[in-house]
Design a protein around this ligand. Structure first.
Ligand code: 13P
Length: 283
C-alpha cells in the first residue's frame, strides 16, 4: 500500500529504528526491493532521483511501475514513493501530481532564507495533497546523478528556523556524510546531530548511507535518525554479480538472465540493512 510515511517516520524516531530508503533504477530493482521488504515485513521508502525518473521515462511511468508491482506482487507492507533530491518546486509539484507520496525539496544550494522560501512553497502544495516533505540543511557531499558537491555542515539554528517556518515532516541535516564512496572512515559530527535532535521534533534523515560502519549507523539511530538512504551499495553488489555472471556465461544473451544475476546480491544487501536499521517486522 502506498502511504506518505509521516506517521511511520515519527514512530521510527520514537522507537529508535530507521526506515530504509533504497533508490530504484528500473523494474527489476523495484521488484527485488518490494519482495525482500515484504518478506521481512519492513516498511520501505523507494527513493527516485530526478536522473532515475528521466532514465525510466518520467514521473507517471515511475508511479505506474511501482503501483503495478504493489498490486501484482500483492505487497502488503507500507511503501513510500519518494522523490529524492527534488531540485525545484516544479519537479516536486510534478511528483505530487503524478502520485508520489513523499518529496524531498533540496534547496540546500541556496541561502537559508531562500531555502525556507522554496521549501515553504513545496510544503504548502504538499499538505493540500497529503504528501510528506523532506528538506535539506547544509550540504551533503559526494556525487549523485553524477553531480559533485562539497560538504557543508548544518547548524542547529538553521535547522530550527527552517522547521518552524516550513512545517516539513523530516529533515536531512548535512553532518559529514557523502553520496557515493567514502575516502577512509566517514567523519560524522555526532555532537551536532545530538544537538539538532534535542532542538527539533521531526525525524532526521541520513543521506549517503553507503559505507557508514554499523556502529555509526546505530549511534545515528540513537540520535534521531529515522530514515537512512542507500543507493551506491546496491549498485555495487548488483554490478559485481552481473559482471561475474557475464564472465562465466559468455553465451547467454537473454537480458532477463543477465539482469537477474544481480537479484540475490541486492536482496542479501537489503536484508543486512534492514537487520542493522532494526526495521524488520515494523509494519
Ligand atoms: P549513497 O549512494 O551513498 O548510498 O547515498 C544515497 C542517498 O543518500 C540518496 O539520497
Amino acid at each position: 500500500m502506498l502511504v506518505n510515511g509521516i506517521e511511520l517516520l515519527n514512530n521510527a524516531k520514537k522507537e529508535h529504528y530507521a526506515i530504509p530508503q533504497f533508490n530504484i533504477n528500473n523494474l527489476e530493482w523495484t521488484k527485488y526491493i518490494l519482495e525482500e521488504c515484504e518478506r521481512l515485513k519492513s516498511p520501505v521508502i523507494l527513493g527516485v532521483s530526478e536522473g532515475a525518473i528521466k532514465y525510466m521515462g518520467g514521473f507517471n511511468t515511475v508511479y505506474n511501475l511501482v503501483n503495478g508491482l504493489i498490486n501484482d506482487l500483492k505487497i502488503t507492507i507500507p511503501v513510500i514513493l519518494h522523490l529524492d533530491h527534488g531540485k525545484s518546486v516544479v519537479n516536486c509539484k510534478k511528483a505530487i501530481e503524478n502520485g508520489f507520496t513523499s518529496v524531498m525539496i533540496d534547496a540546500s544550494n541556496y541561502s537559508i532564507t531562500e531555502n525556507i522560501k522554496i521549501t515553504k512553497e513545496v510544503t504548502n502544495y504538499a499538505k493540500q495533497n497529503n504528501v510528506a516533505v523532506e528538506a535539506e540543511i547544509g550540504h551533503i557531499g559526494g556525487s549523485e546523478d553524477n553531480v559533485e558537491g562539497d560538504i557543508l555542515y548544518a547548524t542547529v539554528d538553521d535547522c530550527v528556523e527552517l522547521i518552524e517556518a516550513t512545517n516539513i515532516n523530516s529533515l536531512a541535516p548535512a553532518l559529514g556524510s557523502v553520496h557515493g564512496l567514502y575516502k577512509g572512515e566517514p567523519n560524522l559530527n555526532f555532537e551536532r546531530m545530538k544537538e539538532i535532535n534535542s532542538s527539533v521534533k521531526v525525524p532526521l534523515v541520513l543521506h549517503g548511507g553507503t559505507g557508514i560502519p554499523s556502529h555509526q549507523i546505530k549511534k545515528s539511530i540513537k540520535y534521531g535518525i529515522a530514515k537512512i538512504n542507500i543507493n551506491t551499495e546496491l549498485q555495487i553488489v548488483w554490478a559485481e554479480a552481473v559482471k561475474k555472471f557475464i564472465r562465466n556465461n559468455k553465451d547467454v544473451y537473454d537480458p532477463r538472465k543477465i539482469i537477474n544475476a544481480g537479484e540475490k546480491a541486492i536482496k542479501q544487501k537489503i536484508y543486512e540493512k534492514i537487520v542493522l536499521f532494526n526495521s524488520k517486522n515494523k509494519v
